[in-house]
Design a protein around this ligand. Structure first.
Ligand SMILES: Cc1ncc(COP(=O)(O)O)c(C=O)c1O
Length: 430
């Protein structure tokens, strides 16, 4: 028997949620499918796809103040910065900039810290991170400036070894680059405690967070985490292919990013290389507004929120709770599989489902990750990911350098999706 939580509001709302995702049960060629690959990119919400089409076809490319169409573009850009600021609980839209990808934003951040990290500063990165938050630091600061870049390791179960990380931090540590949730094993990193403990050892240490994997699954609060910089990606939060970068305004003002002479050295545009992609911005706006729509539905008609940031906090906390129930159900199901043929990597105790997001790395004995992916697709129309997921150190640590299977869920999934997945795994592992 598996335990079921009392019915969560998002479980009741699940049919309405699924109706907002046109590709939820079929692929681009119309083939039926169960999409368990949100870790590689979430499904796009209907209005985010429509907004991109509309903006691309209709909007003036350049923002400006004279012609009405220019003003409309300028207003869109300002609106989306403010909306993102509320999503992250940042102090202002001036702290938000847009990039080709989260990876591009992190490379630009690493480059932009020239003259800011002291001459004897070392850096700490982690083995749990996607390479997007490792390679920029190793390339720009390790290879480029000859600085020591230390790597915090993983615990045996595939979470970040916070004790080891703290042992690497000393008074000269100038930057910590860390994820907020692993896209390999799904472990959540205890941000607030870790950042506070790091600052005790090195008060001036800057903290750059990669929230790409965490963003669709829980509350991101840059003020509470006390980080200095954060990135996430639009295509993991039900919207466009686009990187979003936040930083504390006082620090951003001091940075020296890639910047052409004619791009003024002022926030937020100083970080943006070339024209912004208005279609992506319109799409991101619609994706985040979808979350506000969901907040209204989940909270009910009488709910009152003090501001938009608290509405985002409410809906993301609801998503985390609902997904935690799905996670527990998955982990309980894993326990019923034949342990000789099935292995789950990462936190696998159902009682600890709150310490992870619903991203599951696993192995079917005797099959490569690609073979398992092929069999799940052929047998059950289930789409998972195989490979290293750009988390190279995680797959090495798990002893699967050639790659692991990863099934990743989101709030548009439900207990039926979980049962389909467990049933298909049961047949494969039998
Ligand atoms: C944890 C994590 N960080 C960074 C990235 C890179 O994001 P982007 O494709 O926007 O550069 C990904 C992409 O999968 C990711 O999962």
């Amino acid at each position: 028997m598996s335990t079921r939580d009392p019915i969560h509001p998002l479980e009741t709302l699940n049919p309405k949620v699924r109706a907002r995702f046109p590709m939820i049960d079929r692929d681009s060629r119309g083939e039926p499918r169960v999409y368990l690959n949100t870790g590689a990119g979430s499904l796009t919400v209907d209005t985010a796809a429509e907004a991109a089409r509309d903006a691309q076809g209709r909007l003036n490319p350049m923002p400006g103040a004279v012609v009405a169409g220019e003003a409309e573009t300028a207003a869109l850009q300002a609106r989306v910065r403010d909306l993102v600021a509320d999503f992250l609980h940042a102090r202002s839209g001036r702290e938000i900039s847009f990039h080709q990808s989260a990876t591009a934003a992190l490379f630009n951040l690493a480059f932009g810290l020239r003259g800011i990290l002291g001459p004897s500063a070392n850096l700490v990165v982690t083995d749990i991170d996607h390479m997007a938050n490792v390679s920029p630091w190793e390339t720009v600061w390790g290879e480029g400036h000859g600085r020591e870049v230390r790597r915090a390791r993983l615990t045996a179960e595939g979470a970040l070894d916070v004790d080891h990380l703290l042992s690497l931090v000393d008074a000269r540590t100038g930057l910590l680059a860390m994820t907020s949730a692993s896209n390999g094993t799904g472990s959540i990193v205890p941000l607030r405690e870790t950042v506070a403990a790091v600052r005790q050892k090195s008060p001036a240490c800057l903290v750059a967070l990669d929230a790409v994997h965490h963003a669709p699954h829980g509350v991101l609060d840059v003020q509470a985490s006390d980080a200095d910089f954060l990135v996430f990606s639009g295509y993991k939060v039900f919207g466009p292919m686009l990187g979003v970068f936040w930083g504390k305004a006082g620090l951003l003002e001091k940075l020296h990013p890639y910047r052409v002479e004619t791009n003024k050295d002022v926030l937020p545009g100083k970080f943006e290389m070339g024209m912004l992609n208005n279609a992506s911005l319109a799409s991101l706006e619609a994706a985040l507004e979808y979350l506000l729509w969901l907040a209204d539905l989940a909270a009910g008609p009488t709910a009152v929120f003090s501001d938009r940031a608290s509405k985002f906090r409410f809906v993301m906390a609801s998503i985390a709770e609902y997904e935690s129930g799905l996670t527990r159900h998955v982990l309980e199901g894993f326990r019923r599989l034949d342990a000789r043929h099935f292995r789950c990597f990462g936190i696998s105790d159902p009682a600890r489902s709150g310490e992870r997001v619903p991203t599951f790395a696993f192995d079917i004995g005797g099959l490569t990750a690609t073979e398992t992916k092929q069999r799940l697709w052929a047998d059950a129309g289930i789409q998972i990911a195989d490979g290293n997921h750009y988390s190279a150190a995680v797959v090495r640590h798990l002893g699967r350098p050639e790659g692991i299977c990863r099934a990743s869920f989101a709030h548009y999934d439900n207990y039926m999706t979980v049962e389909l997945f467990l049933g298909a795994l049961g047949r494969l592992a039998a």
